[in-house]
Design a protein around this ligand. Structure first.
Ligand code: UD1
Length: 365
């Protein structure tokens, strides 16, 4: 009998990772149950990824929506119990570091179901980030840790988790390179950039969505000023959290260099980055996508879980543009792509097949 894997997903980056996994499990003839927690519910953050990346519709939708960390995490756990009891999968597969990840892992271990954590071992060592709590707790709860990089393997070993860990490469590479090739082959529509951005002139792609950057009014105002003052056009692809917090704090985002648009579907995002001069972001996924797509990235954070991107200057951390001062900030954000070789720290684009094979090999039946 084939293996039954149950994926718990709910937020945008998990849907991107789900795409290559769903396809690898299907190719390997495994049964795959997809549970969408409903953490992200806007079409821009959810539906477009299913349609755009050819992911089968979720088998179950928990519809939990937004809430405080406890409310959201608890709601997913409460709703998952009966689904996990009914499905009794061979593996519960959780992805990344969101509240949906932690909830899936905790629900499953309490029901004595084997849990595999995809993208295990990442650490920012910043204990104020909700994602850091989620990833540390999930790694320690899970039975199988699927680590994307050597660095992640080292973090897991340092926490006594080496025996449960396997390096698989990063499934984001699988999907990113596949879509890049489709964009280059002309089979992807031009991305819908924010109104007012002229794609014929140099532009930067920017995203800001992390709680540390959006929730404090002074911090967000200072970031909005820094983007507005840049000497090239800035296409700000605004997550609903950013829009909501800017409105609450009375901060206008679309001014100076900045034009505000909606988040893009995955292929549109890859096309937008390929058409850009560079990226400014606080997203983990986008730092890596910029690296894979050979565009310089400026990361609005004090640390990164993806330190491999920093090699050769492909990614630079700017914790606070105001501290750099206008001239150095502008020079950093608009720097050309370095010519340093990037290597393949995230694998060769076949990570999802490796994950499917390891799940089959390690299933306890
Ligand atoms: C979540 C993850 C973060 C991940 C991000 C990807 C956690 C703690 N955070 O952050 O790690 O990088 O997803 O996008 O799990 N909202 C909407 N529509 C939606 C979803 C959210 O308007 O479909 C708004 C609501 O105002 C909500 C806010 O965004 O309160 C925050 O949503 P939430 O799911 O808590 O976290 P994200 O910021 O999306």
């Amino acid at each position: 009998m084939s293996l039954k894997v149950l994926s718990v997903v709910g937020a945008r980056p998990q849907l991107v990772k789900l795409a290559p996994i769903a396809s690898a499990l299907a190719s390997a003839g495994q049964r795959h149950v997809i549970v969408h927690t409903g953490q992200h519910y806007d079409a821009d953050l959810s539906d477009v990824f299913f349609s755009g990346l050819g992911i089968p519709d979720p088998d179950v939708h928990l519809g939990v929506g937004s809430g405080s960390h406890g409310v959201q995490t608890g709601a997913v756990m409460a709703a998952l119990d009966p689904i996990l009891e009914r499905e009794r999968p061979d593996w519960v597969l959780v992805y990344g570091d969101t509240n949906s990840t932690l909830a899936g892992a905790v629900s499953a271990v309490k029901l004595h179901l084997p849990v595999a954590h995809l993208e295990a071992g990442l650490r920012s060592f910043n204990r104020r980030m909700p994602e850091e709590h989620n990833r540390v707790l999930t790694d320690h709860a899970a039975d199988l840790l699927l680590a994307p990089t050597e660095e992640a393997m080292r973090h897991l070993a340092a926490e006594g988790l080496a025996e449960r860990s396997v390096r698989t490469g990063d499934v984001m590479v699988d999907v990113c390179l596949r879509v890049r090739d489709a964009v280059r082959a002309g089979s992807v529509d031009a991305p819908v950039l924010p109104d007012g951005i002229d794609p014929e002139r140099p532009y930067l792609v920017a995203t800001v969505h992390r709680a540390e950057n959006t929730d404090d009014a002074a911090r967000l105002a200072s970031l909005a000023d820094a983007l507005a003052d840049l000497p090239v056009q800035v296409a700000l692809l605004a997550h609903p959290r950013l829009v909501a917090r800017a409105e609450t704090h009375g901060i206008k985002l679309g001014r100076g260099a900045v034009r505000v648009g909606r988040p893009l579907p995955y292929a549109g995002l890859v096309a937008a980055v390929l058409g850009s001069q560079g990226v400014i972001t606080d997203s983990g996924g986008l730092q890596k996508e910029a690296f894979l797509l050979e565009r310089p990235c400026t990361t609005l954070r004090t640390e990164t879980e993806w330190p491999e991107t920093l090699a050769g200057g492909w990614n630079e951390l700017v914790a606070d543009p105001a501290v750099l001062g206008p001239a150095r900030w502008a020079a950093t954000a608009t720097r050309p792509a370095p010519d340093a070789p990037r290597g393949t720290p995230y694998g060769d684009g076949h990570a999802a097949e490796t994950v499917a094979a390891i799940l089959a090999e390690r299933a306890s039946r």
